[in-house]
Design a protein around this ligand. Structure first.
Ligand SMILES: Nc1ncnc2c1ncn2[C@@H]1O[C@H](COP(=O)(O)OP(=O)(O)O)[C@@H](O)[C@H]1O
Ligand SMILES: [Mg+2]
Length: 302
């Protein structure tokens, strides 16, 4: 039997694959969040692990915090992306046509059920986008019963003792009672993931773009000045800052590679997969990147 198959009761099923968290740059800050999630998950005799809910604006770093906890606890991470069309059965198991001659169908268990079987972490992202009718299936998973019933498999799957659960939602999706009370009361603690302070945003940019070297300080000052001047209604998220510096660097690289002149209609193809080489990032690149990427604030709208 291949590694991806296992048996549940009388059924042979395929499991979901864990997300191998890459060793990227270091996580900046977020100690309180790391501490609270990990503490909530400590469990022993008579002590159930809790199921925290991360709450914050898009791009603040909710996924990143979960990746970090998975890495530091050495557990496999199974991610389920929530959306409006998720059904209860999607949360447990799916079927597909089999390419094996001896069977018609394969059963593929979801990231949630895989984590329950293997004792890994299940992370449901954007959980508030999932409809209550589907979420009802989670209730027995999150209380002391720790099981899920799959109609397709006709089996009850009881979680391995190492199984842990965490979910995240954007603040806006939670407004108007989006998540039913039966679930909200089980998803605690609610951990707010706020906008990082300026020093942390600066550190994130510095650690991601060492290429900017001695110019980084000046460029960051400009970034914050422009952010203000632009009349943005919220502070920047890490994603905002990362995208801005990313595009600014790419604009600088494009220029240093010859720009539009190097991209003639009938000459050599312009390769977009060559590594960036610009030796400097001009203020104009950064300003342009901010103009292109950020929503136009109300005051500055034409
Ligand atoms: N504290 C942090 N340190 C380093 N990088 C971060 C941090 N927070 C967020 N990031 C980066 O910012 C981007 C957006 O974060 P993400 O976790 O996807 O946000 P969210 O899930 O809240 O929408 C990702 O590239 C992530 O790696
Ligand atoms: Mg996210």
């Amino acid at each position: 039997m291949s590694q991806k198959e296992l048996t549940i009761g009388s059924m042979t099923v395929f499991v979901s694959q864990p997300y191998k968290v890459p060793q990227v740059t270091e996580l900046i800050g977020r100690n309180e969040e790391l501490e609270l999630i990990t503490a909530a998950w400590l469990a022993g005799p008579g002590q159930l692990p809790l199921a925290p809910l991360l709450l914050g604006e898009p791009g603040v770093g909710k996924n990143r915090v979960v990746h970090e906890v998975a890495r530091r606890t050495g557990k496999d991470l199974f991610i389920y992306q929530g959306h409006e069309d998720v059904t209860a059965e999607d949360l447990a198991c799916a079927v597909r046509f089999s390419d094996k001659s001896d069977r018609k169908m394969d059963y593929v268990v979801s990231p949630l059920v895989t984590a329950m079987i293997k004792g890994g972490i299940c992370f449901i992202d954007e959980i508030a986008k999932i409809r209550p009718r589907a979420l009802a299936l989670l209730v027995s998973v999150l209380d002391e019963r720790r099981y899920i019933d799959s109609t397709l498999l006709g089996e009850r799957i009881v979680a391995h003792e190492g199984f842990r659960f965490v979910a995240a939602t954007n603040t806006a999706d939670l407004e108007g009672n989006a998540m039913p009370e039966f679930l909200r009361s089980r998803m605690r603690p609610v951990i707010p993931v706020g906008y990082p302070p300026r020093e942390e945003i600066d550190s994130i940019v510095r650690s991601l773009y060492p290429r900017l070297n001695e110019h980084t300080g000046k460029l960051l000052d400009l970034f914050w000045l422009e952010w203000e001047r632009n009349g943005q209604s919220t502070p920047p998220t890490p994603r905002d800052a990362i995208y801005v510096f990313n595009l600014a660097l790419s604009l600088a690289d494009f220029e240093s590679l010859g720009g539009l002149r190097a991209m003639s209609a009938d000459g050599e193809p312009f390769r977009v997969d060559q590594p960036g080489s610009a030796s400097s990032l001009k203020e104009s690149h950064l300003k342009r990147a901010m103009r292109e990427l950020l929503p136009v604030s109300r005051e500055n709208r034409p």
